[in-house]
Design a protein around this ligand. Structure first.
Ligand code: FAD
Length: 418
């Protein structure tokens, strides 16, 4: 087999795209072709819609897609967490049933982990799954569930055994969200979006084959989902908003953005919009202020080094090393960058940064940055939790004192009735 190089991958991807890209195709039909070719997710295994490309070569394909104006597979949201989890722990049936429709964008997913009494303490989840007859029966409540109102399927962490220590009594399921017994209620955020929800389960049902991995192994599976989430919180995310080119396929992609991607429209703002800083400083004349320039330089250095760190972690993971705590480092540094960027935006724009609506700076984008950046320090595990992980697993510092891991979960004192 000839050795893969940047040039050989570029040549092969370009040739395939030039022979096959057709903006007159329907979105799903095109994505199916892309998936079959392996160029949609070239870093995935060959057996499952990929090309086993080393991570360093994957961006080459993205550049070629962009060059020709071709639409790619959708990347944003819990669908990619679902894909990573299913690839890592799912059965062939799971992969067969779900992966393709994730990549075509036909199915939308949500992550049903956090509960009112267990966010950071995720292993304290009390939503219960009980096997009754030939079905798992689910009762309980989740909260903060992004895109739950649109989701076809959910990644559900539920308690199946109360008589073992808490991490061992959890199991991981794929739940059909479109069934009686699943009730979704939106929650309004301070940036005026309502992208997450509380979800109530009342005798919702799951067939046994939708248990992921072994019974009681839910914590290990959830860790894969979380690592993937933390890795994706880094600065390398592509928050593509779709193309402005004319044509049916672009219209369909835009419609997808307007619905399935709507809960994420503020995600670029929550990352701090470092990309706007220099442009804003020039437009407002603040670039001439040495104190502002100093802060901009500090931010750009922080942001660049964060990006390199994220790239290094990705390269290590995708060249075969298991995902480790470096996802936590990337996530923590992304929080720092977002906070620093919000500060610099404020320095540049001054009190007007608080304005929204017509005539506000950048049509309210600056204000949205200020009220959205706190989310990045919370979602996917708070900054404090990342610090705990880094101190215990990277720096090998003594573990946090625990009073809830030495007894069956049933006997752990907690503030929820279950
Ligand atoms: C934008 C956004 C989207 C989200 N989407 C989803 C989703 O789709 N699905 C989902 O399941 N969840 C989602 N979440 C929830 C998120 O994972 C939780 O909010 C997060 O894990 C924190 O849990 P909590 O809110 O219950 O805070 P708590 O756990 O109650 O924490 C409160 C405070 O105490 C601190 N703290 C807690 N424990 C410790 C400790 N051991 N050491 C030091 N400090 C500690 C925390 O850092 C925090 O400051 C989302 C959150 C956000 C902001």
């Amino acid at each position: 087999m000839s050795e893969l190089t940047e040039a050989s991958v570029r040549e092969e991807a370009r040739a395939w795209l030039e022979a096959n890209w057709d903006p007159n195709l329907r979105l799903v039909a095109w994505r199916n072709m892309l998936i079959d070719s392996g160029w949609g997710m070239p870093g995935w295994p060959k057996d499952w819609y990929g090309r086993d490309l080393p991570v360093g070569l994957v961006p080459v394909v993205g550049v070629e897609l962009k060059r020709i104006g071709a639409v790619g597979v959708p990347h944003l949201g819990a669908r990619m967490l679902a894909a990573a989890t299913i690839l890592g722990h799912g059965t062939d049936m799971h992969k067969e049933k779900f992966l393709r429709r994730i990549l075509t964008g036909e199915d939308t997913w949500c992550q049903l982990f956090s509960e009112p009494g267990s966010g950071s303490d995720l292993a304290g989840a009390t939503t219960r799954a009980e096997l009754k007859g030939d079905k798992w029966v689910i009762n309980g409540q989740k909260v903060w569930t992004t895109s739950a109102h649109l989701a076809d399927y959910g990644l559900l962490l539920a308690r199946t055994d109360w008589d073992v220590v808490k991490h061992k009594g959890l199991s991981y399921f794929i739940i059909d969200m479109r069934q009686p017994g699943v009730e979704v209620q939106p929650l309004r955020q301070m940036n005026d979006h309502a992208s997450f929800h509380q979800v109530f389960f009342t005798d919702a049902k799951i067939a046994p084959e939708f248990l992921v991995s072994e019974l009681g192994n839910g914590w290990a599976v959830a860790t894969t989902t979380l690592m993937s989430e933390r890795r994706n919180a880094d600065s390398l995310r592509d928050y593509s908003q779709g193309s402005d080119r004319p044509g049916r396929i672009y219209e369909e992609e835009k419609a997808e953005m307007a619905t399935a991607m709507e809960p994420y429209t503020w995600y670029p703002q929550r990352a701090g919009r470092v990309d706007l800083i220099v442009e804003r400083a020039k437009a407002t004349g603040r670039i001439a202020d040495p104190a502002v320039r100093q802060e901009i330089a500090k931010l750009l250095i922080l942001s660049k080094t964060a990006e390199w760190m994220a790239r290094r972690a990705r390269t290590a993971q995708e060249s075969g090393k298991p995902q480790g705590p470096e996802g936590s480092l990337g996530k923590l540094v992304a929080s720092h960058v977002a906070r620093a960027a919000a500060n610099v935006h404020t320095l540049i724009t001054g009190a007007d940064a608080m304005l929204t609506g017509a005539d506000s700076p950048m049509d309210g984008v600056i204000a949205e940055i200020l009220v959205s950046t706190p989310a990045i320090s919370i979602a996917g595990g708070t900054d404090e939790i990342q610090r705990n992980i880094i101190s215990e697993r990277v720096l090998q510092m003594p573990k946090e004192t625990r009073v809830d891991t030495d007894r069956p979960f049933r006997d752990v004192r907690r503030n929820t009735i279950s």
